[in-house]
Design a protein around this ligand. Structure first.
Ligand SMILES: Cc1ncc(COP(=O)(O)O)c(C=O)c1O
Length: 396
């Protein structure tokens, strides 16, 4: 009855089953995997919802690319990260995930491949399956900081490889692509005629430089005149509003590729018209709230991360270096079996963390911890985690 591409195992994993069982018994679990910004006590500015009631939204004037006012707002936003696009190069989608789907449809035929980083966030496998594309993983390796395995990336290119996905900063490693890495990847893209897909949804959340009040925005990876590049952003992260469903694709590169890419994408978008009019109409005003929302989230991330590193004094676990993002990665040498560890944390400490294998780490021994929870929740979670880590035998 069903297509092979949807032949996934639908059974829940052992961690979700254990969590469910605890919740059914009325047991409270501290959730240090929370990635939903609307559930962690961020104060959204008063008046945020007002633009949704603009009477102009009562008129439906479908536009495949998205409302001009919203695309102009995105184009000026891009200017602050070093690119100066024309609003015609901006297209709106309901989410970044949807944007990936459209791009895979645009670029790849069934069986073609795209290069994606590992570790990275788990949705890629499903997005690739749904679009009949093979995700080929290229490694990010930790050497006191995260480095892209450029040789491995280059070796992975084969006939039918259509694009390189860069995530800047990446989730969960929090690592930005360096300019040397970008130079090399751009050269590979030019030589092999690959498109670049640069996911920059976490770009507003860097830890260093100007700090929480005005965290430096890393230069966008878009803008090489010779490579067709699609830069992704969206309000689920930049405004902490995942429920509003609005993201964008910026298309840059050589005009003879940008124009047909825009034309084809327009037809894909016209087939769905999935972005709600009131949300598009609200975007330019919402972006004025960005500093107020981003600074709260950034302060939270920096504070929680500092708490975590301050508490890790005994060498039993290390918080890996990162440039930004909403997650932290812990390397715990005592962990051989990540799943067993997460299950024990649930059972014995009533604490939920992600095992590294969810994110495709090459080696075991990693836990992924969300930096978004309110400080008191985070602090209590870290206390419970370290109690368990310290009680566990270190490998000999
Ligand atoms: C790197 C990255 N890109 C995109 C997304 C999805 O964003 P959206 O809510 O716009 O689909 C996620 C979700 O966590 C993510 O980690």
């Amino acid at each position: 009855m069903f297509a092979d591409r949807t032949g996934w195992s639908l059974a829940s994993n052992a961690i979700s089953r254990r969590l469910q069982a605890l919740r059914e018994r009325g047991i409270q679990v501290l959730d240090l995997t929370e990635s939903n910004p609307t559930k962690v006590g961020i104060r959204y500015p008063e008046g945020l919802l007002a633009p949704l009631s603009d009477p102009r939204s009562l008129l439906y004037e479908p536009s495949a690319q998205g409302l001009r006012s919203a695309r102009e707002a995105v184009a000026s936003l891009c200017a602050s990260s070093g690119v100066r696009p024309n609003p015609d190069q901006v297209l709106l989608t309901a989410s970044t995930s949807e944007a990936y789907s459209h791009l895979f449809r645009l670029l790849a035929d069934p069986g073609d491949s795209v290069l994606v980083p590992a570790p990275s966030y788990p949705l890629f496998q499903y997005l690739a399956d749904l679009n009949d594309v093979e995700p080929i993983r290229y490694p990010l390796r930790y050497e006191g900081g995260w480095r892209i395995g450029l040789e491995a990336l280059e070796r992975s290119v084969r006939k039918g490889t259509k694009a390189v996905v860069l995530i800047h900063p990446n989730n969960p490693t929090g690592s930005c692509v360096t300019s040397q890495e970008l130079d090399r990847i751009v050269r590979i893209c030019r030589r092999e005629r690959l498109a670049l897909i640069s996911d920059e949804v976490f770009a507003p959340y860097l830890y260093k430089a100007a700090g929480a009040e005005g965290g430096e925005i890393p230069p966008s990876l878009a803008g090489d005149p010779e490579v067709l590049a699609f830069t992704l952003g969206g309000i689920s992260k930049s405004l902490g509003l995942p429920q509003m469903k609005l993201a964008w694709i910026l298309v840059t590169g050589p005009a003879d590729l940008v124009q047909p890419a825009l034309g084809r994408l327009e037809l894909i978008l016209d087939t769905y018209l999935s972005v709600a009019t009131p949300v598009q109409g609200a975007l330019s005003r919402w972006l004025e709230f960005a500093p107020a929302i981003q600074s709260q989230i950034r302060r939270r991330l920096i504070r929680n991360r500092r708490l975590l590193t301050d508490r890790l004094t005994g060498g039993e676990a290390v918080c890996l270096e990162a440039d930004g993002g909403w997650n932290g990665v812990l390397r715990v040498p005592g962990i051989q079996d990540e799943e067993e560890w997460v299950l024990r944390l649930l059972e014995e400490e009533r604490l939920l963390l992600h095992p590294g294998y969810f994110f495709d780490f090459e080696e075991p021994g990693h836990l992924v911890i969300s930096l978004l929870p309110p400080p008191e929740v985070f602090e209590e979670g870290v206390t419970r985690l370290l109690r368990r880590v310290r009680a566990s035998p270190r490998p000999s």
